[in-house]
Design a protein around this ligand. Structure first.
Ligand code: NAP
Ligand code: 3JN
Length: 332
């Protein structure tokens, strides 16, 4: 039997990918409901050739619709306010925001890593942060083989991670800069065109940003490894789509680069692109629009006895958000 599905934040960068992912993966949708702010009421979005109207998100909007699954991507404050009434109305909420990720009793799920955790849900299942998702997909098979004790990650995050308007701002800044016009800065803290910004989200008391601490805490929760040491530096780069990560790990058991490559090749959700002699490695421009987590530059870390370094790239709007949420809905 098909499902009655809602997308909350349907007009946004992630929401539009959710719509497309449901269609592409042939998710059994019987009826689809789209919600966004009052600004979007009157808009219609296409699903399987039909126009679906966008409705205003309100506490009552789920009532009487018998929604089975609601995919939320309208930001954490909207999730906090509107996920409980959606659950109350009978839906299972798959939430893309940070609102519930670290709550005890709310599973934080990446289907390739901890699908079994979904069984413990009581109405809400959290989708991790996009930078965390692609990293744990890559870490899990290595952890199973050699027990990871420490992770050091630096990210190169695309502007679409900050939403549709941020993507538009980057493009406009490039145009203005090349035309010799003043560059307008609204969505970012500094000019992003021809630049990079080593700050994503606000700083916390320990000198790390919130984005960096999400990577630390969410990784420990998803991998059921509260003692796993993780340090992260997250950086915004003027790439439109797909996040990249340079990852170095320490392991209890030594893995050679060849062993790690063989492990990645067999792991779910991963595609290895690693042929240094031919300059083959993953790059964000080329993986945009695709589902897997791509891994390359796999090598033994020369600074330690038992460690590996690699580069990992994934489309964060898909595997980092919409696809992961739809995969969770498929598991349900
Ligand atoms: P976005 O492009 O700015 O879209 C935001 C969506 O939320 C739009 O549909 C917007 O509707 C809706 N919205 C905003 N304020 C609302 C309100 N007061 N009431 C109802 N709907 C409202 O942002 P995005 O990139 O899609 O990200 C959305 C959320 O997904 C993020 O806040 C984050 O929690 C999560 N996320 C994003 C990414 C990513 O890579 N971008 C990755 C992982 C998770 P209108 O069009 O009507 O304004
Ligand atoms: O900046 C990025 O590349 C990813 C951004 C994610 C994001 C943006 C605004 C609010 C999140 C998230 O998924 O953690 C949130 C949030 O839900 O707190």
């Amino acid at each position: 039997m098909g499902k009655r599905v809602a997308i909350v934040g349907a007009t946004g960068a992630v929401g539009t990918e959710m719509l497309e992912t449901l269609e592409k993966r042939n998710y059994p949708v019987d009826e689809l409901f789209l919600f966004a702010s009052s600004r979007s009421v009157g808009k219609k979005l296409k699903f399987r050739g039909n126009d679906v109207p966008v409705e205003e998100l309100t506490a009552d909007c789920f009532k009487g619709k018998r929604i089975d699954v609601a995919l939320f991507s309208a930001g954490a404050s909207r999730s906090k306010e509107f996920a409980p009434p959606a659950v109350e109305a009978g839906a299972v909420v798959v939430d893309n925001s940070s609102a519930f990720r670290m709550d005890d009793g709310i599973p934080l799920v990446v289907p390739e890593v901890n699908p079994e955790d979904i069984r413990t849900h009581k109405g809400i299942i959290a989708n991790p942060n996009c930078s965390t998702i692609q990293m744990v997909v890559a870490l899990k098979p290595l952890h199973d083989a050699a027990t990871i004790t420490r992770v050091e990650v630096s990210t190169y995050q695309a502007v679409s991670g900050a939403g549709q308007a941020a993507m538009d701002e980057c493009v406009q800044q490039v145009r203005d800069y090349l035309a010799g016009n003043p560059v307008r800065i609204e969505k970012f803290l500094h000019q992003i065109a021809f630049n990079l910004i080593p700050q994503i989200d606000v700083f916390t008391d320990n000198g790390y940003t919130k984005e960096e601490m999400k990577m630390v805490k969410e990784t420990q929760k998803i991998m059921h490894a509260p003692g796993l040491k993780v340090t992260a530096t997250t950086v915004r780069v003027p790439v439109l789509r797909a996040h990249s990560e340079s990852i170095t790990i320490s392991t209890e058991k030594k893995l050679t680069a060849a062993q790690a490559r063989a492990i990645f090749e067999k792991a779910p959700g991963i595609v290895v692109q690693d042929d240094p002699a031919k300059s083959v490695y993953p790059m964000p421009f080329f993986v945009s629009g695709s589902y897997p987590v791509y891994v390359g530059r796999i090598r033994e870390d020369i600074s330690q006895d038992k460690g590996l370094a690699f580069f990992c790239v994934a489309d964060q709007l898909l595997k980092g958000a919409a696809l992961n949420a739809v995969q969770i809905a498929e598991l349900l």
